[in-house]
Every structure is written in C-alpha cells, then in structure tokens.
Design a protein around this ligand. Structure first.
Ligand code: ADP
Length: 705
C-alpha cells in the first residue's frame, strides 16, 4: 500500500486490521482477486474497498466505486479524499459524456450513472481495472436492482480481467452470489463491539436473557430510552420513518435533555448564523439542548456540525431517517429503531426489510468506548414484542434474487446492448444474458429465451431496432431512447402521442408522462375517486391516453399525479398541495424531479417525431421546473429569477425581461433586495440582447437515483 495511505490511517489511530479485513488480504484483495465480502455493518468494509482500489492504482490501474445513492457519492468522495488518489464523482445528467472524469484514479458513481456512461460510450470505462460495488445486495431491489445487475455484467463482459469487489451486508445466499461473480466469499459474524438486541414495550426492554425496566420520567418510551441511555453515559441514534418525524423527535429530545454546555452553545451559534430556513433554526435550537436530527434535506455544513458534535459526545441524540442508515457512520451506545414501518412510494406503510434493520442495529456500540451496543425496537402493542423478535432479531437474512425476470424490465437493457454494440445478434444477446445473475439463478434457457424474444418483438415493432437477416441494429429512434435513459415503453407512449395531430395541452402532456413506466405515481385512495372522476370528465377532451379496464388503476394514479403537478404549476402552496393529495413535501419534490427528466426526454423525442410540439414542451418544462403559471415564463428565462422572485416582480408590474431591463434599480431593489436587483437587471439586459437566454438544455433537472 502507498505510504500516504498507510500514514493517513495511522494518524487516525488505526494500526491493525479487523479479522474480516485480514481475511480479505489473505484471499488476494491486494493482488487483484475477485471477492464478495458479506459481513455485518460497521465491520470495516470501506477500508477493504479502499485497500483494493489503492493497490489497483499502485499497479497502474483505475478504480470505479458504485454507490447505491447519488447523495452517497459525495459523502464517499469526502471519505476517500486525502489518501493520495485523485477522486472524481460522476453526477449530472444521464445522457452527458464526461470526458475529464476518466482522468481520476477513483471514480464514484451510481449504477444508473454508470449505465448511462456505458450507453453514451465513455471510453475510460474500459480502463477500469478494479470495480467495487457497495451494497451489492441491492441487485435485489425491485426498482434499481436490474440496472445494477446489468452494469456489473456489462463491465465484466467488456473487461474480463477486471477485479470485482462486492460489498454487502449479511445475506441469505452469499455462496450463490459469490458463485455468480466467480468470487471468493468472505462471510463473518464478527463485529467490533458486542451487540445486544431487544424490544421495548411500555418502558420494559425485553432482551434475550433479561427484561430491563427503565425509568419513565417522560410520557413516551422513545424519550425514556434516550434518557436512560444518557444517564448511563451513552448516546443514542434514533431511526424514524420520515424527515418530519426526525425533526419532531429532536424537538422532544431537546426539551427532555435540556443539556447546557458552552460547546453546544457554540455549535448552535454556528448553525444559527448560517440558517436560511426554519429547519436550520430548529436544528440550532435543538442542538443547544443536546439533540439533533440528520437527513438528506440538510446541507453539508449542518451535517458536519451535527456529526462532530455527536462524535465528541456533546450531542446526545441524533434522530434520522432509515435511508440514511447506510451513509451515517456514527456509532452510538444505543440505537433505537422507533419506526419499523416506512412509507414506500405511494404504497402506504410497509415493514422495513430485515437487512435494513440489521444495518441500523449494526450502528450500535462505539469500538473501545462502549462495553456493548444495544439495538432496541419499539413495539406498539404487547403482541408485537414477540412478533418483532421473530421478524427482525431472529429472522434469517434475506436472499438476493435477480429482478430481471419481471415483465418488460429487460427490454430497455436489451435495446441498450444493441445500441451500444455489445451485441449484434440473437446469439450474442443470449451469450451476454447468460452471464447475468438472472440466468445463474434460472438454469435452463427457456425463461431467458422467452424474455429475449418478447423484447425483440417489441423493439422491432416499435422501430427501435432493425433486423437485417439476423443482424440487429438500433435505429436513430432506438439509439436516442437508449441514450435518453428512458424505458422503451415510455418512449413509445410519448412518441405515439406526439405523432397525433392537434394541441397537446400541459395537462395532457403531464398525464401522459405519468402513464409511463419511468414515472413514480401517487397511490389512489378510495375517497380520491370522486374527485378524480370529476376532474377526468372536465378534461376528457384533452387527454391522449387510452386505457383498458386493467389499466384503470394506473390511469387514476397518473391522473392524481398529473393533478398534483398541475397544482404545482398553478403556484398553489406546498402545504395546500400536501393536504389536498395526502402527500409529504418529498413527494412533490419526487414528482417534479421525475417528470422533469421525462419532459426533457420528450423534448428530444419531439425533434424526431413531432417538432411542432417542441415549444409547448419547453414551456411545460419551465413551468414544472419552477412551479409557475404560464405568465411568469418570460421572467424565469432570466438568470437568477425563480418562482418567488418572478411572482413578486410580476405582481409589481414588471412582467417580463424587457420591463425589467428598463426598470429603475431602486424600484426593483424594493421588490427583491438591492444586490439581487442589480444582477437580475444585468441578466435581463443580456436576455434583451439575445445573449443571456437561459440554456435550458444545460440546466436540466436530473431524475431518479
Ligand atoms: P461498514 O461499511 O462495514 O459498515 P465502515 O467501513 O463504515 O463499516 O467502518 C466502520 C468504522 O470502523 C469506521 O469508522 C472505520 O474507520 C472503522 N474501522 C475500519 N477498520 C478499522 C480497523 N482496522 N481498526 C479500527 N477501526 C476501523
């Protein structure tokens, strides 16, 4: 290992390796061996990955590190920095080539990003000699799993000598997964600190070996568990189901803890000084009393201050959403898993998988500091004590199963294999697909052949591919669809509508895009139906989608989501939207992001099949991006003007760039503040000159992941 790397860890006080890390080295980690490392949370997987990557770089190679979430890419980049290797993060839109990226020793990206880079032909990918897949068990994820599986398969197909390191939480079928990867398997139940798991009901913790009653000064046990742990000199991580709950818990914890310390005051002051929103001010107030929350809606500075305050022991509790469990490397004496149900993409509340429970529980116990760690689930009823014990504490790890067999899933990937030249014939596609986990888990070629044939029929009929006596090739349309990174079924829905004559209204376009398989749509409740039907009949003439009885639910979901987006573009406030549709602010954000990508794709497809719709699509794109009515479109074309400023200017009579460019700065200053006034007037003048029109294409919203 390079000296800088070794020194970095020595300075951090890490002098020797954990047993699973040693085992990896013995099995060839530094010599290019393929490994599947399926070991518990907190047992040091990151260091394993780093050792493999630095060893590969020392041999003159490059490394690619696949992360499960976009937000984790930057986190990892910070974690990897300062150890002698150059780090690049692949972010941004899925259809952009990123040339300079490949100059880095280590590139960090999500699987969707890598897939898109492969489709767009990024040349440096073929120089990757070490591939690390973090959380490789996510192959099992019903939405994102197939892409991860295909990306691993493609990369290995292109570079058979590449070292592959799969990192995973403990899983039920590690041998099978290792078999597929052709990798040596490292499993272990070793962990740096002992873990005690228990269920709390009415202020009693039921452990395996004892029942422990805790003092109950507060009304709720989630706070009593915290106070009990703090009284014994520990700290707590508390996992709850949503950002709002994380903030709510921190407020209650702050009121109960009432810590008073100069260090807390100083962290709180820093947070206060930088606070731009209510959330920032609430965080500061909580931290002053020793409690904090942690979620993806916070900025880096806020998160770092909270993490530091917790590491140094002054902040006593952090409440967080479970999705953050993966990235939150902050061990605590006690982990409280308060909400084991989670709101899942419009499907209502669902129990979290055992794997996620283990990930959270595994954060319990600080090495060398705590005698043991405790993971405690809170039961909401007495019978749940036993149930939770069985369903989580005692439950076997879940198997990792390929999701590629699900209907339609492989079509997009098969198109991209043809479009990018990975495969030119039925046989070549088969040879490729036989290398997937799906094929590994389904012996016998029948299922695979059928899936492939179905996909080829669809792609040929859609004119995305041509078949010239067995030689498969992508058409311009097929190639574009593959590069746009949308499902071929989505592309078909969009282009069919674009080819029709007549006006395509904003609402019709939104509803149409909400019918595509790429769009996340809202769950329809029984009592939504009345409103939805009424809305449907009011706008029946506009809609372009036809649906069969079987697709009724999909249609209503698309309608509800389009209605939400339509409210959003009518400048209806977030709170009203949340109440009207029974959703959270995160759902609005997701809908806006998701549709943003599809609108971008529609704009590109329109160039090919319906150029007369391009302007309308561009306008809808702007309206959705900013959440504005049509009348504000001219104003948001000026750099520095968004939803709020545009509305203020408009209300004050400045209705477009022309008027803004000619306006008196002091008048504009009264509306938007002096500094902003100067810069937006300058920008408006540029628009008038025709040089400053916002480049929509370069500002596209990114979707998914
Ligand atoms: P995982 O990815 O397995 O959940 P991490 O890689 O995040 O675990 O490691 C958990 C913690 O253990 C990190 O703070 C890391 O710095 C620390 N750690 C890793 N290896 C060692 C080691 N050999 N000695 C001491 N601490 C270590």
């Amino acid at each position: 290992m390079p000296d800088t790397f070794i020194q970095y860890y020595k300075d951090k006080g890490i002098e020797s390796l954990y047993p699973p890390q040693n085992e990896c080295i013995e099995k060839g980690l530094l010599k290019g061996a393929d490994l599947l490392v399926a070991i518990p949370t907190a047992s040091g997987k990151t260091l394993i990955a780093e050792m493999a990557m630095h060893a590969a770089i020392a041999r003159g190679g490059r490394s690619l590190y696949i992360v499960p979430l976009k937000a984790l890419a930057t986190e990892k980049a910070h974690e990897f920095a300062g150890k002698g290797a150059t780090i690049g993060v692949a972010t941004g839109d899925y259809d952009q080539k990123e040339k300079r990226l490949g100059a880095n020793d280590i590139v960090i990206a999500t699987s969707e990003k890598v897939d898109s880079l492969l489709r767009n032909g990024a040349p440096w990918l073929s120089q990757v000699t070490c591939l690390v897949v973090d959380e490789v068990h996510l192959i099992d994820d019903e939405n994102r799993g197939p892409t991860l599986e295909m990306v691993i398969t493609k990369l290995r197909h292109a570079s058979p000598d590449m070292q592959v390191i799969g990192l995973s939480a403990t899983i039920g079928n590690p041998k099978e997964l290792a078999g597929w990867l052709g990798a040596e398997l490292i499993t272990s139940d070793w962990r740096p600190v002992d873990l005690r798991e228990g269920i709390c009901y009415r202020n009693t913790i039921y452990f395996d070996d004892e029942d422990k009653e805790i003092p109950a000064p507060a009304k709720t046990e989630d706070i009593n568990l915290l106070l009990d742990c703090v009284a014994e000199g520990g700290q707590c991580l508390v996992f709850v189901s949503s950002r709002r709950n994380a903030e709510g818990y921190a407020k209650r914890a702050a009121a109960a803890l009432k810590c008073d310390h100069a260090v807390l005051d100083s962290i709180a002051e820093k947070l206060e000084a930088a606070a731009e929103t209510d959330m920032g001010r609430v965080l500061a107030a909580c931290v002053r009393n020793g409690a904090a929350f942690h979620h993806a809606g916070m900025n880096r500075m806020q998160r770092t201050l909270v993490e530091e305050g917790f590491r140094t022991g002054f902040i006593k509790s952090i409440s967080s959403t479970p999705t953050l469990a993966a990235g939150l490397n902050l061990p605590a004496r006690r982990v409280i898993i308060r909400d084991y149900l989670r709101y899942s993409g419009g499907e209502g509340m669902r129990p979290i998988p055992v794997r996620e429970y283990r990930q959270m529980a595994g954060r319990a116990g600080r090495p060398h500091l705590d005698p043991y760690g405790e993971a405690i689930l809170i039961a909401k009823a007495e019978y749940a004590v036993n149930d939770l014990h069985e369903e989580y504490v005692e439950a076997p790890d879940e198997d990792v199963t390929s999701r590629c067999g699900e209907k339609g899933v492989l079509t997009a990937h098969i198109l991209s294999l043809i479009a990018t030249g990975y495969a030119h014939s039925h046989d070549e596609l088969m040879t490729f697909l036989e290398k997937t986990l799906y094929a590994y888990q389904h012996t016998g070629k029948k299922a695979l052949t059928r899936t492939l044939d179905d996909a080829l029929v669809f792609l040929t009929e859609a004119e995305m591919i041509t078949d010239l006596s067995g030689m498969l090739d992508a058409t311009e349309y097929g190639d574009l669809t593959s590069r746009l990174y949308i499902d071929p079924h989505s592309a078909e829905i969009i282009t069919t509508a674009l080819r029709e004559e007549g006006e395509l209204t904003d609402l019709a376009l939104l509803q149409l895009l909400c019918m595509t398989p790429d769009m996340f749509t809202l769950y329809v409740k029984k009592n939504d139906l009345g409103t939805l039907e009424k809305f449907f009949y009011e706008h029946e003439e506009e809609f372009r989608t036809e649906f069969s009885y079987d697709e009724m639910e999909d249609f209503f979901r698309s309608l509800k989501t389009a209605m939400l987006l339509s409210d959003w573009t009518d400048e209806i406030g977030d709170e009203t939207i949340c109440t009207r549709f029974g959703v959270g602010p995160g759902d609005i954000f997701n809908a806006v992001q998701g549709i943003g990508w599809l609108l971008h794709a529609s704009g590109r497809l329109a160039r090919l099949v319906g150029p007369e719709h391009r302007d309308a699509i561009e306008e809808t794109t702007l309206r959705v991006r900013h959440g504005i009515r049509r009348e504000l479109i001219p104003l948001v074309r000026v750099k520095g003007i968004g939803r709020v400023r545009a509305r203020r200017l408009f209300t004050n009579g400045i209705t477009g760039p022309e008027l803004l460019a000619a306006a008196d700065p002091s008048v504009v200053g009264k509306i938007v503040g002096g500094r902003t006034a100067e810069s937006i007037i300058r920008a408006a003048k540029a628009v008038r000159r025709g040089t400053g029109r916002r480049d929509i294409a370069s500002e596209r919203m990114t979707a998914r992941a």
